[in-house]
Design a binder for this molecule. Structure first.
Ligand code: COA
Ligand code: ZN
Length: 318
């Protein structure tokens, strides 16, 4: 049962969400090479880096240099996460299509991540939108399903904060399952509520695969009407300020699931697996993605001589 024939857009966040907590620093030229590879694969958007404090996230301390050096593809939107006005000032000195602001719905997580209350964050975001000088601003609502410190999030809280984001003038909204705690039923229900209340919104679902439900949750999002998904190649990463969270839903696993089930998802799967091979060679940890390890559903294993002999004895043609 195909849940949609609409195009499904995949947005690569591994270079930011993944690398911010990777096992080692990836040198700037290697980051640039990875982004250049990713730019050619039919991904709609690439989150290239974040303009956060280099003390907080040293693995992305080279944000400016990366953005100065990459080769851009006009079909791709390049975005970067910013946590505050200082981040906006830095981002405005570079060539970007969008900045991604973030706040958590949970007070505890927002304090841990940004050292601000939720209301302080929203006030700061209003100023960021005012000063964004025409640059698109995407608003991310983190901990939209659950917080690692205070537990489940009420859907009406998500709707309230989404309204406040729209009131201050963001261009698009991302709803994030920061710690991979959502279930397909919850994803379907929340996305339906958001799209019913805000039918014209450009909504992205940002899923982590902490408990193995990433792809099931993406399919539930599609059933509810979501067409844009964040994912990270290799499934790399996690959030350094969200204990217990692992990487995003893996891009090549998601693309494989969608393409082999007949969805319209124009991403070069082989190219994506090759980009993840490049990434894997640069990191000490094993990446959790499955399709790269197992091969796609098209893969055929060689038959043994014994099997061929048995087939011929039984006059079965293989
Ligand atoms: N870029 C570079 N440096 C920044 C910065 C930014 N966007 N924001 C703050 N800083 C620096 C300040 O210059 C200051 O440096 P100093 O100690 O050398 O003087 C230091 O960080 C503290 O600045 P302050 O304004 O007091 O901020 P803070 O201590 O309240 O920190 C954050 C707030 C959120 C900016 C910082 O903790 C951060 O960048 N966190 C990363 C959050 C993140 O990436 N989370 C995962 C993704 S959601
Ligand atoms: Zn995330």
């Amino acid at each position: 049962m195909l849940l949609s024939t609409d195009p499904i857009y995949i947005q690569e966040v591994g270079m930011r969400d993944g690398l911010q907590s990777a096992g080692s620093f990836i040198e700037t030229p290697d980051k640039v090479d990875l982004i250049n590879q990713l730019s050619k694969l039919g991904l709609t958007k690439i989150e290239v880096t974040s303009f956060v404090s280099p003390k907080a996230v040293p693995l992305l301390a080279d944000a400016e240099e990366v953005l100065q050096t990459i080769e851009r593809n006009s079909a791709v939107q390049y975005t970067a996460l910013i946590p505050n006005l200082r981040g906006l000032e830095r981002a405005l000195q570079t060539e970007l299509d969008e900045v991604n602001v973030v706040m958590s719905i949970s007070e505890a997580h927002n304090l841990a991540n940004l050292r601000l209350s939720c209301s302080e964050s929203m006030a700061q975001i209003a100023t960021i939108v005012e000063r964004s000088a025409g640059l698109r601003v995407n608003g991310t609502l983190a901990t939209a399903f659950a917080c690692p410190f205070s537990g489940p999030t009420e859907p009406r809280e998500v709707l309230n904060w989404a309204q406040r984001y729209l009131d201050v003038g963001i261009d698009s909204l991302t709803v994030a399952d920061t710690i991979g705690a959502a279930t397909p039923g919850q994803v379907y229900s929340l996305c339906k509520q958001i799209l019913t209340r805000f039918p014209n919104i450009e909504l992205t679902l940002h899923l982590h695969n902490t408990r193995g439900l990433g792809i099931a949750n993406a399919l539930a999002g599609i059933a509810a009407g979501v067409r844009r998904f964040d994912a990270s190649f290799g499934g790399v990463g996690g959030c350094p300020y969200a204990p217990g969270a692992t990487g995003n839903v893996c891009t090549e696993d998601l693309v494989h699931a969608l393409q082999f089930d007949g969805y319209s998802c124009a991403v070069d799967l082989e190219g994506l697996i090759a980009a993840t091979d490049t990434l894997a060679a640069l990191l000490p940890e094993q990446l959790p993605g499955l399709v790269r390890a197992s091969g796609t559903s098209k893969k055929r294993h060689p038959m043994s001589e014994g099997l061929r002999k048995l087939a011929s004895e039984k006059r079965i043609s293989l």
